[in-house]
Design a protein. Structure first.
Length: 179
């Protein structure tokens, strides 16, 4: 989407179609929907936690067939991941909840443009998400106050195959089985 020129009408998307939906709420919904889209692309089941039941700091469960993983999604228009890294501060309550779970937990940082109308570009032949996501598995020994994401942590639909293998290996190691 191009920047509006003087006299051009502003996008309707600058204001929520539902007056009770905040911009922060829109970011949260978009972040979860973006991850759901990647899961659909890879053929991974995606079960969203009911908004009233997200007390465990988990937004969704990914179903890989033989095993599952839990995911927390954070969406932002602030962070930039260039040659460095984006640092996501972690709330102590999240860390405590993720550290106590028996399931692998992955944290996803979805980066969208600051201006909401720029998130999606609609063309006659395609719809482009101007979005990128970064993710990694939560490690209770490393991620005590923050998580750093670099370009190497970019989340794509193909990344989910690696997560599946990692989750299977995790559960197989608990069961004491070998491949």
């Amino acid at each position: 989407m191009t920047t509006p020129t003087l006299g051009a009408p502003a996008s309707k998307l600058t204001v929520s179609a539902n007056q009770f939906y905040s911009d922060n709420g829109r970011r949260g919904r978009y972040g979860v929907a973006y991850v759901r889209t990647l899961c659909a692309h890879a053929g991974v089941g995606f079960i969203e936690t009911s908004p009233d039941e997200d007390i465990d700091a988990i937004d969704a469960t990914l179903k890989f067939g033989r095993a599952s993983a839990e995911v927390q999604v954070k969406c932002t228009g602030i962070f930039k991941v260039g040659t460095g890294a984006a640092t996501l501060p972690l709330e102590p309550a999240w860390v405590a909840k993720w550290a106590s779970t028996y399931h692998p937990v992955f944290v996803v940082l979805v980066k969208v443009p600051t201006l909401i109308p720029e998130w999606i570009e609609s063309k006659p032949t395609s719809t482009n998400h101007r979005t990128v996501a970064f993710a990694k598995r939560f490690d209770r020994t490393l991620h005590t106050t923050s998580m750093k994401f670099s370009k190497a942590d970019q989340l794509t639909a193909e990344t989910l195959y690696d997560w599946r293998d990692e989750v299977y290996d995790f559960y197989e190691s608990l069961a004491g089985s070998t491949k």
